[in-house]
Design a protein. Structure first.
Length: 500
């Protein structure tokens, strides 16, 4: 019998009532293992109502109460790392070690939320005028929502709700319907940690659920991570409804390799950054820009390493890369490789025919490497979101930076060089939100913020870190003037000497 993933509303499992369900497959076998309830508008209303009711007390709870829950939550997440990772592998397909890494990165933000007390301190200026003081504080927003992608079903939700609830908000999470189970486990563990009912709710669904949250008058803010077209839609729709929005979109991350770089280190980095998690991550390196005469040697080194990657089921310890999330996505990724030669690329590695013995119905694709790719080809212009690495050739550092800055995306980027001056220029001149120097995937630690530029971010706030705290709170400034107690009215004795 197929398992059903239902909603988590008001601190308990709530069976779907819409009558609509979505299939959840095991990417390694192609078999449908689970169905997930897809919310109706009425179920969206119920989730938001539960969060709104919980906000009446959670929004005025003490910092000590909130952080005590978060410390217990952190301990439970740590104890259940393997359980969460197993669910991720079963529904997303990534290898178990990769899934464990995802959980670890999510835990960083939970730890940041545990220390929220210092992040929420206000400011005070005394005697700005005679007997006048000015103070500023940050207060929670109310009910906030998060809409998260399939590629990191635990980490990205943990980039959102721990900070939001630490700041005093309540949360409605709409995870991807492709791999929904991890989100429910996160919510169940939060309840076990003592999080009051309704503070964290998980609502499964499709566009009906998304639009319901974007249009709901009781939702104050929306966080989103996903593709650029949907990020643009989320931002436009929610903003039109007067909501705060942080919408992180797609990417085409470039890695500039200068002639003085350690080519072995650069090749190692390119392989792990392009093909790790099967390329299904917004911080993947999908374009290597080789400067000068090093291109042939660099491509040869990348090919040598890529050919050794073991592809197989995510729960097999020998596997280094798993399948793609769905058969349809696998076919779309493959189409970029099969069409690359006609658009001028040299296909160094073609992974489109890859299968795994005993798992022939899985969503398999091998590693593909395209060399001498032109900037007007589809493989370069589009976010492929799969294990396809494009190599572009340029003559100079300036040509490389100009090529990269011409991209409509500006999420993450990297430079490989031994020259500190070149690296310094690069980090100032490149138009991207996150920069790595000899670091291929420059995802910031939790106490710095994550986010891109240009078509990779819609809204003013990056996610987590200081930006996350500011997004989930709003400022209030109070100006106060008190008369001197010595001027108290006649007959009122406060024990102060009279001035007159």
């Amino acid at each position: 019998m197929t398992k059903t993933v239902n909603h988590w509303i008001g601190g308990k499992t709530v069976e779907g009532t819409s009558g609509k369900y979505g299939p959840v497959t095991d990417p390694a076998t192609g078999a449908v293992t689970t169905q997930v309830a897809l919310a109706s508008t009425e179920e969206v209303d119920a989730a938001v109502a539960a969060a709104k009711a919980a906000y009446a007390t959670w929004g005025t709870s003490s910092l000590a109460q909130r952080t005590a829950v978060l410390f217990r939550y952190r301990a439970l997440l740590d104890a259940h790392r393997d359980d969460i990772a197993t669910l991720i592998t079963a529904e997303h397909g990534k290898v178990h070690s990769d899934a464990l890494g995802e959980v670890a990165r999510g835990l960083e933000i939970v730890e940041l939320a545990c220390g929220i007390t210092t992040q929420l301190k206000g400011e005070l200026s005394t005697q700005v005028s005679n007997r006048v003081d000015v103070s500023s504080i940050r207060q929670s927003l109310g009910v906030v929502a998060g809409i998260t992608p399939f590629n990191f079903p635990a980490m990205v939700p943990m980039w959102m709700f721990p900070l939001a609830i630490a700041c005093g908000n309540t949360f409605v999470l709409k995870p991807s319907e492709k791999d929904p189970s991890a989100a429910n486990l996160l919510a169940e563990l939060a309840a076990e940690a003592g999080l009051p009912d309704g503070v964290l709710n998980v609502l499964h669904g499709d566009k009906v659920a998304v639009d319901g949250l974007l249009n709901h008058p009781d939702v104050a803010a929306v966080s989103f991570v996903g593709s650029t077209p949907i990020a643009r839609y989320i931002h436009a729709t929610a903003s039109a409804n007067g909501k705060r929005v942080q919408a992180l979109g797609g990417a085409k991350n470039h890695m500039l390799v200068l002639p003085d770089a350690d080519l072995d280190a650069a090749a190692d980095a390119a392989v792990s950054a392009a093909y790790g998690s099967a390329g299904e991550r917004c911080m993947a390196i999908s374009a290597v820009v080789a400067v000068g005469a090093i291109g042939d040697e660099l491509v040869a080194k990348i090919r040598e390493r890529a050919e050794k990657i073991t592809i197989g089921p995510g729960n097999d310890p020998a596997s280094e890369m798993g399948p793609l999330i769905t058969a349809a996505h696998r076919d779309k990724v493959a189409s970029y490789v099969t069409g690359a030669a006609a658009q001028g690329a040299e296909v160094v590695l073609d992974g489109t025919g890859h299968t795994v013995e005993g798992f022939e119905d899985g969503h398999w694709i091998g590693l593909s490497l395209l060399d001498k790719v032109s900037t007007d080809s589809d493989a370069y212009k589009d976010e492929i979101f799969g294990p396809v690495l494009c190599v572009l050739r340029v003559g100079t550092y300036e040509d490389g930076v100009a090529l990269m800055n011409a991209s409509p995306f500006g999420n993450g980027t990297a430079i490989f060089t031994r020259d500190g001056g070149a690296a310094r220029r690069f980090q100032l001149e490149i138009q991207a939100g996150m920069v790595g120097v000899n670091v291929p995937i420059p995802v910031p630690v939790g106490y710095h913020s994550f986010g891109g530029w240009k078509d990779s971010l819609f809204g003013d706030h990056h996610i987590y870190g200081n930006d996350g705290v500011h997004f989930y709170t709003r400022g209030k400034v109070t100006t106060t003037r008190w008369p001197d107690p010595a001027d108290a009215p006649a007959g009122v004795d406060l024990g102060f000497p009279r001035n007159h």
